[in-house]
Design a protein around this ligand. Structure first.
Ligand SMILES: [Zn+2]
Length: 225
């Protein structure tokens, strides 16, 4: 499995008002202690909080996303009487089933309290359609229902998006790819993202797909303000 910090290929970047930081799904259920914990998710809270402050202070746009599911969502293993991480292939759902997570209004669905919400211009919620999941911040998993984020960013003059958060192989991956497909230059900040690693090939598959869509990779230390 590829270590994601080894794939950086973007070089350095100076952040301007034409840039946006997309902070993906930094919610308690995805952080150790939550129902769908991503290993190391807690270790990227402070670095992302710092990035949010820096982007905001320099006139760039900061957007946080929140996975936001109704009870009984079709992506939950419990809905099917199956076990978490069992494979599933259903339109808009899969390739695996998940533990119940990020149920609307619960603590697990809340953004981590150490993220400075006051440095966030907008919060995009996704996954609220009961029978369709939404790994991407731009499109639901039917690949056609838009969240509105593309228009929001375009209207604000954004040309380039920096994507970080959870999880590298799912929501970060699909957000970066759909952002690139929508015409934004898309860069993943690899040291501010952690992977689920399920199924076993998910990280390598995600890297292959992102590279095929011209998504690039950098470290937070490559950014200057
Ligand atoms: Zn979800």
């Amino acid at each position: 499995m590829t270590q994601i910090h080894t794939i950086n290929n973007y070089g350095t970047a100076t952040i301007t008002r034409h840039d946006a930081l997309l902070v993906i799904d930094m919610q308690y259920d995805f952080i150790p202690g939550g129902s769908l914990p991503v290993a190391g998710g807690d270790t990227i809270v402070k670095p992302i909080a710092h990035l949010m402050e820096q982007f905001f202070a320099h006139g760039a746009t900061v957007v946080c996303t929140q996975d936001w599911h109704p009870k009984g969502h079709r992506s939950f293993a419990s809905t099917h009487g199956k076990n978490p991480y069992d494979p599933i292939h259903e339109p808009g759902i899969g390739p695996v089933l998940w533990p119940d997570h990020c149920v609307i209004g619960t603590k697990g669905a809340s953004l981590h309290e150490e993220l400075p919400a006051h440095f966030c211009h907008a919060i995009v919620r996704k996954g609220y359609t009961i029978n369709i999941d939404s790994y991407s911040a731009f499109l639901e998993n039917d690949k056609k229902t838009a969240t509105g984020l593309s228009g929001y960013l375009s209207n604000r003059g954004i040309k380039r998006i920096f994507v970080c958060g959870l999880a590298f192989d799912y929501c970060v991956h699909f957000s970066a790819v759909d952002g690139a497909r929508a015409g934004f230059e898309a860069v993943v900040i690899t040291d501010c993202s952690k992977a689920v690693n399920s199924p076993a090939t998910s990280v390598d598959d995600a890297i292959t797909d992102m590279e095929a869509h011209n998504v690039r990779f950098c470290a937070s230390a490559d950014l200057s303000f």
